[in-house]
Ligand binder design. Structure first.
Ligand SMILES: [Zn+2]
Length: 149
């Protein structure tokens, strides 16, 4: 019989479609995993409403859990927030050049390229709804940051 830990390990192989190498577990998208008799059920928490990748993510999760015949669904009653992204996920975002979301007390992210706090926001509309565009005054490079919600 499969355990919740094994299911979580499988879920850790499902990547966010927008950021290669970032898993949905690291993104904090896994709500609840239930294993009961032969039944496996996984609740996913959608990240940013309007991100177009939810259907794709659900398909990937179903494919990864196919041997277990898992029931996969999105729950909309649990609000996802950027606080759910774990440390590994934040490190991956930074390595990919996307500034991780900040605690709400800070308003501007550090530059993921040079680490400078001397940044400014250029636009709330990045390449996807999840991201905003920033500019680093020190290395004079634009960069993307995950929006804090
Ligand atoms: Zn910089």
């Amino acid at each position: 019989m499969v355990t919740e830990t094994e299911i979580l390990e499988k879920l850790g192989t499902v990547m966010d479609p927008e950021i290669p190498g970032l898993s949905i577990v690291e993104m904090g998208m896994v709500g609840e995993v239930r294993v009961r008799q032969d039944e496996v059920a996984v609740d996913l928490i959608p990240t940013f409403l309007g991100c177009p990748a939810l259907e794709l993510i659900q398909q990937r999760v179903e494919a990864a859990l196919k041997p277990y015949g898992a029931t996969v669904r999105f729950r909309y009653d649990i609000p996802w927030s950027s606080d759910r992204i774990n440390q590994a996920g934040r490190a991956r975002l930074a390595a990919w050049g996307v500034a991780p979301p900040l605690p709400e007390t800070r308003t501007l992210p550090r530059c993921p390229l040079c680490g400078s706090p001397n940044t400014e926001k250029q636009s709330d509309f990045g390449p996807s709804l999840c991201r905003a565009l920033y500019y680093c005054r020190d290395c004079q490079q634009p960069f993307e940051g995950m929006k804090t919600i």
